[in-house]
Write a protein that binds this ligand. Structure first.
Ligand SMILES: *Cc1c(COP(=O)(O)O)cnc(C)c1O
Length: 429
C-alpha cells in the first residue's frame, strides 16, 4: 500500500512499512536473518558505500525487517525517517550523538525515567557532555538553563513514573527561540496517545521494549526525525551541516535535506556505535504494533477505573494518574494526549516504605518487575529498585519517593485488578 495521509492510525499500524515480500509474496514481514547482501557488481558496491545509492550492505547498518519497522514508526509518529536501535537507552544516545560534542550540554526535565536520569547525570560525562535538570513547568527556569553550549532540550511526553504530562507546545517554543531541537521520549504515551511532532518536537525517542512491542519480549529503541529542523541555520550542528571527512567531505544536511538526521544515524551512528536492533526483535515489535491502538484503549480504560477506585481507598494517600480530575495535569490531557493519559501512574501509601514493600509482595495478578507497558499488570517500588541510584531529593523530584509504588495497568479485567489490589493493600496495613 502507499502510506498516504488519508489512512487512519489503525490502518497504518498494520500496513505502514510492510509490503508483501517481493521474492515469495509472504504477507507477514519476514525475519531477514542475514548479515550481508550481495552487491550486483563492483560499481553498485561503490555507490552504496558512497551513499549515492540506498540499499543493503551489512545488517549493522540496514536490514529489511528493521527497515519495515523504521518506516512504520516514522509514519505513526508523523516523521520523515527513523533509526531503530538496540534499546531505549541506545536510542537516547543515538538521538544526542549527531548534536553533541565535548563541552556541550542538554537541558532536561527532572521528571524522567530513573535510568535516563542516571544516563544523563553520570554516564554522558564520559563523552564530555553534561545535562542540567530543571522543572519543565517553570518555563523561565528552562530558558535560564539554556546557554551557548546547549544542543538539545529533552523531556518525556507522559513522564515515567509519575504520570506527569509535559506542556510540549510551551517547551517547543522555548527550544525554537534558542535555535535548538526538542527531543521527546514518547515511551509512556506511544504514538497512539500522543504525537510529539505535532506539538513541535524535532526528534522523538522510544523504548520499544514497552507499549510498542507490548508483551515483554523485546528490548529495542527508535529515534524518529520530524525532518523539520534547519541544521544549517547556525554553526551549532557541524556533524549535520559541515563536511564529513569519513564520506569524502559530504555534507549531510545539504545532500539529504530533511533526511539528514536519519542518514547520519545510519551511516555514522549505527556504523560506528553499533547499537543496532536485530531483525528478530524488529519482527516481534512489528507484530506488537499491529494491535497498539486496541491495547492502548484498554490500558486507558482499565487505568481510569483502577485509579478512580484507588483514590477512594483509605490506605492510599495519593494517586498521580493524570486522567483523574484531581490531578494538576488533568487539563493537559485534552491538549497533549486527548485519547487518554496512558496506563502508568504511581500511588503513595499512608504506611510509607514498609507498607509499599508488603504491598508489592502480596499482589497476585500484578508482577513485581522492572518493566512497564506490558499486557500484564506490573508494579515496582521505584525507590528500592529503578530509582535506587538517585538521592531521596532526586527520587522525590522524579515522582518516586520512598512511599511511592509505580503501577503499569495491563489489559486484564479491571475488576480482577481491583480485587487483587484491594487484597494486597489490606495485607500491607
Ligand atoms: C524503559 C524506558 C527507557 C529505557 O528503555 P530501554 O529499552 O529499557 O533501554 C527510556 N525511557 C523511558 C520512559 C522508559 O520507560
Amino acid at each position: 500500500m502507499t502510506d498516504g495521509p488519508e489512512y487512519g492510525f489503525d490502518t497504518l499500524q498494520i500496513h505502514a512499512g510492510a509490503r508483501p515480500d517481493p521474492a515469495t509474496g509472504a504477507r507477514q514481514t519476514p525475519i531477514y536473518q542475514t548479515t550481508a547482501y550481495v552487491f550486483r557488481d563492483a560499481e553498485h558496491a561503490a555507490a552504496l558505500f558512497n551513499l549515492q545509492e540506498v540499499g543493503y550492505i551489512y545488517s549493522r547498518l540496514t536490514n529489511p525487517t528493521v527497515a519495515a519497522l523504521q518506516e512504520r514508526m516514522a509514519t505513526l509518529e508523523g516523521g520523515v525517517g527513523a533509526v531503530c536501535c538496540s534499546s531505549g537507552h541506545a536510542a537516547q544516545i543515538m538521538a544526542l550523538f549527531p548534536l553533541m560534542g565535548p563541552g556541550k550540554n542538554i537541558v532536561a526535565s527532572t521528571r524522567l525515567y530513573g535510568g535516563t536520569v542516571t544516563q544523563f547525570s553520570q554516564t554522558i560525562k564520559r563523552f564530555g557532555w553534561s545535562c542540567t535538570f530543571v522543572d519543565f513547568d517553570d518555563l523561565d527556569a528552562v530558558k535560564a538553563a539554556i546557554d551557548d553550549d546547549t544542543r538539545a532540550v529533552f523531556c518525556e511526553s507522559i513522564a515515567n513514573p509519575g504520570g506527569y504530562i509535559t506542556d510540549l507546545d510551551a517547551i517547543a517554543g522555548v527550544a525554537d527561540e534558542a535555535g535548538i531541537p526538542l527531543i521527546v521520549d514518547n515511551t509512556s504515551a506511544s504514538p497512539y496517545l500522543c504525537r510529539p511532532i505535532e506539538h513541535g518536537a524535532t526528534l522523538v525517542v522510544h523504548s520499544m521494549t514497552k507499549y510498542l512491542t507490548g508483551n515483554g519480549t523485546v528490548t529495542g529503541g527508535v529515534v524518529i526525525d520530524s525532518g523539520k529542523f534547519d541544521w544549517s541555520a547556525s554553526d551549532k550542528f557541524p556533524s549535520l551541516s559541515a563536511a564529513e571527512p569519513a564520506y569524502h567531505g559530504l555534507k549531510f544536511h545539504e545532500t539529504f535535506g530533511p533526511l539528514a538526521f536519519t542518514f547520519h544515524g545510519i551511516a555514522i551512528g549505527l556504523r560506528d556505535l553499533g547499537m543496532t536492533l536485530n531483525p528478530q526483535a524488529a519482527h516481534y515489535t512489528l507484530m506488537g504494533i499491529e494491535t497498539l491502538s486496541l491495547r492502548m484503549q484498554k490500558h486507558v480504560e482499565n487505568a481510569e477505573k483502577v485509579a478512580s477506585w484507588l483514590e477512594t481507598h483509605d490506605a492510599v494517600e495519593a494517586v498521580t494518574y493524570a486522567g483523574l480530575k484531581s490531578s494538576p495535569y488533568n487539563k493537559r490531557v485534552s491538549k497533549i494526549c486527548p485519547k487518554g493519559a496512558g496506563g502508568l501512574f504511581t500511588i503513595a501509601l499512608k504506611g510509607g516504605y514498609e507498607s509499599c514493600v508488603k504491598f508489592v509482595d502480596n499482589l497476585e495478578i500484578f508482577s513485581h518487575v522492572a518493566n512497564l507497558g506490558d499486557t500484564r499488570s506490573l508494579v515496582i517500588h521505584s525507590a528500592s529498585t529503578t530509582h535506587r541510584q538517585l538521592t531521596v531529593e532526586q527520587q522525590v523530584a522524579a515522582g518516586a519517593a520512598p512511599n511511592v509504588v509505580r503501577i503499569s495497568i495491563g489489559t486484564e479485567e479491571a475488576d480482577d485488578l481491583i480485587a487483587d489490589l484491594d487484597r494486597a493493600l489490606n495485607a500491607a496495613r
